[in-house]
Design a protein around this ligand. Structure first.
Ligand code: F6P
Length: 336
């Protein structure tokens, strides 16, 4: 198995579950180091009971990860050759849209025996209600918002909190609702700076001296241009755009209220998974091991309602799952 893309709380819990179920069937399990790079460069490590012990609460990934794209590196032939040379029967790819996008293509074009597990704090994969890691990120952001409330109240300030979410505002909307944000800005349902500042002004005119603004790193702030540098999947480094900092400056200039910014960054991905993510990751891991054992390739473990099902990798990676308007309306009911 391999873990690819940004790390995410719960990766180790999946590794443990895949391995435990596979051991119980007499299979040997090999870890691929650093995502797809490990298959391109033949970096493998055997996983036994010792290696997977103590993994359930541990953040990060014991296998390492990377944003390597074999299709960009001319690495597909190496992936196929190394897989064959090692005598492997199945690959469990644990990743988000990019890692699973590669898995989808390898399956479609080479009948590659791969199954997927949906990972990303962004929660933007289709065909599954939730990806693991999201709950932990939301928990961390909500706690931060709670803390920012008390310091904001002491100083009568507007606090801008920038959270992750490359293309979608799931983390912003969910933690914003949970933390009682007064304005939430996300890429899918953009409100203008005028509207945001009006919401803040209205609050302050009602006698509230404090406002919490949650902004998703992918929000298109007027006048903000992207860094040209991209990764192997063509994504810009959003943390470099500084949307939170620019937004705070803009709010202060337009409203005259003292404003500060907190960029939560990679704190959102670090540390131990929540109990919910541990359980979800474990259920996904068991399902992926079952799919691999049955030879049910080209599939991904998914959560629908409270049931773990399998869906096609193609369906899961065809388009991103964005925040529906109904969700944003829940948040919006509390703006201003
Ligand atoms: O896809 C997960 C994610 O955390 C995004 O929310 C964020 O934009 C990106 O990864 C950050 O990537 P990196 O760790 O490479 O800076």
């Amino acid at each position: 198995m391999l873990t690819g893309g940004g790390d995410c709380p719960g990766l180790n819990a999946v590794i443990r579950a895949v391995a435990r179920r596979s051991f119980s069937r007499g299979h040997e399990v090999l870890g691929v180091r650093e995502g797809w790079r490990g298959l391109v460069e033949a970096k493998f490590e055997p996983l036994g009971p010792r290696e997977i012990s103590g993994l359930l609460p541990r953040g990060g990934t014991i296998l390492g990860t990377s944003r390597t794209n074999p299709y960009k590196l001319d690495g597909v032939e190496s992936v196929l050759a190394n897989f064959e040379r090692e005598g492997l029967d199945a690959l469990v790819a644990i990743g988000g849209e990019d890692t699973l996008g590669v898995a989808t293509r390898l399956y479609a074009e080479h009948d590659f025996p791969v199954v997927g597990v949906p990972k990303t704090i962004d929660n933007d994969l289709s065909a599954t209600d939730y990806t693991f890691g999201f709950d932990t990120a939301v928990f961390i952001c909500t706690e931060a918002i709670d803390r920012l409330h008390t310091t904001a109240e002491s100083h009568n300030r507007v606090m801008v909190v920038e959270v992750m979410g490359r293309h979608t505002g799931w983390i912003a909307v969910t933690s914003g609702i949970a933390g009682g944000a007064d304005v939430i800005l996300i890429p899918e349902h953009p409100i203008s700076m005028d509207e945001a500042c009006e919401d803040i002004r209205r609050r302050h005119e009602r006698g509230k001296d404090v406002s919490i603004v949650v902004v998703s790193e992918g929000y298109e702030l007027e006048g903000l241009t992207d860094e040209p540098e991209t990764d192997e999947f063509g994504h810009v480094r959003l943390s470099e755009r500084g949307v939170g900092t620019r937004l705070a400056r803009e709010i202060e200039e337009r409203t005259g209220y003292e404003t500060r910014v907190t960029v939560l960054g990679h704190v959102q991905r670090g540390g131990s998974p929540t109990p919910r993510d541990r359980v979800l990751a474990t259920r996904y891991g068991l399902k992926a091991a079952d799919l691999a054992h049955e030879g049910n390739f080209g599939r991904m473990a998914a959560l629908q309602g409270d049931t773990i099902v399998d869906v096609s990798l193609e369906e899961a990676t065809r388009e991103l799952k964005t925040v529906p308007k109904e969700w944003y309306d829940v948040a919006r009911a509390f703006f201003g």
